[in-house]
Design a protein. Sequence first.
Length: 117
Amino acid sequence: QVQLVESGGGLVQAGGSLRLSCAASGRTSNSNIMSWFRQAPGKEREFVARIRWSGGSTIYADSVKGRFTMSRDNAKNTVYLQMNSLKPEDTTVYYCAAGTTATYFYWGQGTQVTVSS
């Protein structure tokens, strides 16, 4: 059984920073990538960032490029999302997911990020 547990969400003023964490437990050997998504109520899920466990290459959505940085700690089976220069439109629930470029097998429960103006 694989579990992804996010943490680090909260309330921050516009222009501030937060760091999200996603710790993976269990057998994730079928997952070579980890990603962050976000989804606001009534809206479609939006891709935010992705990282490969091997090599650490990353890709980002245009909406967060230059502001967010995704990293990983292979020894801890944990990925991070450093979010800087936060904007009110970044307010939503953030989810981490584990899988491949074809599909995601596991999802976390989500962590709320609220950016006040």
